[in-house]
Design a protein around this ligand. Sequence first.
Ligand code: CAA
Length: 445
Amino acid sequence: MTDVGIDAIEIHAGKLKLDLPGTFAPAKGEDPEKYTKGLGLHASSLPDVYEDIVTMGANAARKLMDRKGLEPADIGRIDVATESAFDNSKPVSTYIAGCLEQVYEGDFRHANKGERKFACVAGTQAIDDAYNWIRAGRNRGRAALVVATDTALYARGDAGEATQGAGAVAMLIDEDPSLVSLSTEQGYGSMDETDFLKPNQQFPSVDGKRSVQVYLARMREALTDYESVATDTHPDDFVMVPFHTPFPGMVRKAALLGYRHMIRDTEIEEALADEIGRQPRPEAFEDDESYLDAIAEYTDKLKGTDRYREWYARSIDPTLELARHVGNWYTGSVHVARASGLKHALENDLDITGKQLLVASYGSGAQAEVHSETVQPDWEEEIAGLDIDDQLAARRDITFEEYETVHDVHNHDEETDVDPFTSPEAEFVFDGWGRMGERQYRYVE
Ligand code: CAA
């Protein structure tokens, strides 16, 4: 069976930077270390006045098509994953295709376009759809373009405001991919939850603390489900484990529970037994409460072991490097985590061809998905093509007052007339409203 997976990836970050410890925390009267140490965040990427989910998605897609030398005729499917859509009928992929048609000679009339919604896991679901379409032989030799794009903004004053972000990830899904191939095996943990939702409103209603617990619970189910179709997982099986990263502190919690699960009944649990004991088993306790106390105590000790710290530094920390500087990109977040890990591997000259990634996606509401990926021989060339460091360095660092203005500009209930903070160059920009209330776009040379 031919491999199917991610052939190429491009990332486009919002052009403004909100410094969380330096600008946001002082304005909120908070300790900067809540951000740097607690949440693990240094900055959020935010959209300038002329940016939105369409411009960011189209700019990422254009860069990808140019770098890979693609024309519209090469792409048979465009799926956009977003939880920031502004149109309940016309999918964002049509707007993005419209942008791309302004700069390419051909058009996308032949391409099946859609929009995927399940909070942040929708980006991974859109990849699934593309994978299945190719595997079913319906692609007529064409590749699929998947764009995960979001302006992850919370209402002013919401606790989630600390974890905002904006950006897009474009991915080309194809046979014989250059970057990673996807496993057929997948695991799911899915349940009707009311932790984070946007019932016909722009900014989410969030029960933040509960959302953290729901993330952990669904992730645990997805991992167990994955093991039921693949095989038991072991920390040494995977060179890196990219997680959905609403903020790095969330992944710190999830990774510890995942590691504890993976080492149960292995030589690692055995090797650590002298230092921290063996993992408590529920059957050895009279009630749930005493078991939960014991497992919490064990987990706390596990976190402090050299063995765990080394694994975390090698397999998790590299996947968080970009998230620390861009915040949460919702549907794009796990794909930023994968790119971040691979970028770290390239910069550190790690030989990871043929190695496995365990990819852990999550969307509120809620669903987790776990699958594995195999790093392909051409991964270095693909990752070397990313210019995300330059984009991050070029961002305009905004003051708190400017942040308030930017938030208003992107608030659908506010009327604003604000000059951009940066000058667009060789990119798509928002260009006002059309006669039917549609958003319009143009390419700026
Ligand atoms: N020094 C060091 N650490 C500090 C600190 C300081 N001065 N002050 C606080 N901290 C630590 C806290 O101890 C806490 O860490 P632990 O959870 O490990 O204890 C962390 O910093 C955050 O502090 P708080 O819990 O006090 O922060 P908060 O009350 O402002 O809320 C939040 C945090 C609930 C995550 C909030 O940001 C939020 O609602 N975010 C949006 C929802 C979200 O991202 N949920 C994640 C799971 S859902 C999901 O993944 C989908 C999605 O993308 C939204």
